[in-house]
Design a protein around this ligand. Structure first.
Ligand code: MG
Length: 266
């Protein structure tokens, strides 16, 4: 099931994205309630997908990110971030970095190199801490697509990653949450990033150094995750700069595509 958050006129709500069997057109069937509170019901209202604006499918209290989780990417950023470690590298993006699936990415004037990082993201279903590997699936509401946009020069300069990773709009998410997939069904998905149509990153989630149960178990060993929190699983090799005017798209197989144009803030 694909659950989107959308705006239609002044109205914001959740809906299930589906395809009309007769016309083949995609539509959003509006839900009452909040999917993460488990009280959703169909309202009977329906709108064409093209007629609504998709928003970030969730508003997390925090975005937890795993760094250096694909071996070839570890190689390409070694000079920036140092050697790889046994334990996952974890950092946070502020909730205010989150943007919608087709919203602009604002290129900060202070950075001369802003990079794309296409990633598989998890959405957490319930408050959880100290989750063992074998219970990881129980705390995942669903999966979505993310771009861990990074001011690479500031990451290098600051040592801490908070500014480099934390600008407003540096975490586009969407286009919806895909719920109901098992861990097995997401363990070998293609993760592809294109810039103006040119393929830059083309990895598979089977290449993750730390798999999803490991990530959940490790993060919750020191931090409580809350419903709607988002966990980014790391980016495959092929990171590179995005310039003002370019459009960057991230696709995760079975989950969809987010596309964001890079703009300056007027
Ligand atoms: Mg990343």
């Amino acid at each position: 099931m694909r659950i989107a958050r959308f705006a239609a006129g002044d109205d914001v709500g959740f809906g299930v994205v589906d395809t009309d069997a007769d016309s083949g057109e995609e539509f959003v069937a509006r839900l009452s309630g909040h999917p993460l509170l488990g009280d959703i019901k169909p309202t009977g209202e329906r709108a064409k997908l093209d007629d609504v604006r998709l928003l970030s499918p969730v508003l997390p209290t925090k975005v937890v990110c795993i760094g250096k989780n694909y071996a070839e990417h570890v190689e390409e950023v070694k000079h920036i971030t140092g050697e790889s470690t046994e334990e996952p590298v974890v950092f946070l993006k502020p909730s205010t970095a989150v943007a919608g699936p087709y919203d602009p990415i604002f290129h900060p004037q202070v950075s001369e190199r802003v990079d794309h990082e296409g990633e598989l993201a998890l959405v957490i279903s319930r408050p959880c801490r100290e989750v063992p590997r074998e219970r990881a699936a129980d705390v995942i509401f669903g999966y979505t697509v993310a771009n861990d946009v990074t001011a690479r020069d500031l990451q290098q300069k600051d040592k801490q990653w908070t500014r480099a990773k934390g600008f407003d709009s540096f975490c586009p998410l969407g286009p919806w949450i895909t719920a109901g997939l098992s861990l097995e069904e997401v363990q070998d998905l293609g993760v592809t990033t294109t810039v103006d149509g040119e393929v830059r990153q083309d990895g598979r989630t089977s290449q993750l150094i730390h798999d999803i149960p490991d990530i959940i178990s490790y993060v919750t060993s020191f931090m409580t995750l809350l419903p709607g929190d988002v966990v980014l699983t790391g980016t495959p090799a092929g990171i590179g700069p995005i310039e003002v005017g370019q459009e960057v798209s991230v696709t995760v197989e079975r989950l969809g595509t987010i596309s964001n144009r890079v703009v300056t803030r007027d």
